[in-house]
Design a protein around this ligand. Structure first.
Ligand SMILES: [Zn+2]
Length: 175
């Protein structure tokens, strides 16, 4: 019994170290970057290196290759730069500040299309391809307003969208 326990315990430790790695891989650092330039320059795009590790404050992070990420308007993934901290081992993935993490459309596009929908009551003819996506985002925004700002919020949905951004939240993500 004791042996089994220690076996399990080793397995748990192994899992924990993997889980820790999994938890740390998703650190995102937003930077000013133009997608068209990233597309054109590929691996030569001058991303700039973060001054320090954002997790542990270590003075230096090392280049850690690239990850492919899809963005609207580009038929193939763009190569996004990663860095790794030699001290705490976290991986920092850069992200153009024009885009929320995990969302291919730019913040500006999302905002203007939601605004159009709220003002005109329809999505407009050229949204057909992505309408379900936007509908999904609008319902996420409304759910978020209800949860965080409650029924008392009277400044409108777009003001709420902007407020969530100032709070570091993604206004259209699932809560
Ligand atoms: Zn670190």
């Amino acid at each position: 019994m004791g042996g089994e326990f220690s076996q399990n315990s080793t397995a748990l430790k192994r899992w924990a170290s993997k889980a820790r790695t999994n938890f740390t891989i998703d650190m995102i650092h937003f930077v000013a970057a133009v997608l068209k330039d990233i597309f054109e320059h590929g691996r030569d795009y001058p991303w700039g290196r973060p001054d320090k590790c954002f997790k542990c404050g270590h003075y230096k992070v090392w280049g850690h290759g690239f990850v492919p990420r899809l963005f609207d308007g580009f038929s193939s993934p763009l190569l996004i730069k990663c860095y790794r901290c030699p001290n705490c081992c976290c991986v920092i993935t850069l992200r153009p500040v024009s885009h929320f993490s995990r969302i291919q459309s730019s913040i500006e596009t999302i905002r203007s299309r939601l605004q159009h929908r709220l003002e005109k009551g329809r999505w407009g003819p050229f949204f057909t391809l992505f309408t379900s996506r936007y509908r999904h985002w609008l319902s996420n925004l409304r759910r978020r307003i209800k949860a965080y700002l409650t029924e008392k919020w009277s400044q409108g949905e777009m003001a709420a969208f902007d407020w969530f951004i100032t709070q570091g939240q993604v206004p259209v993500s699932v809560i």
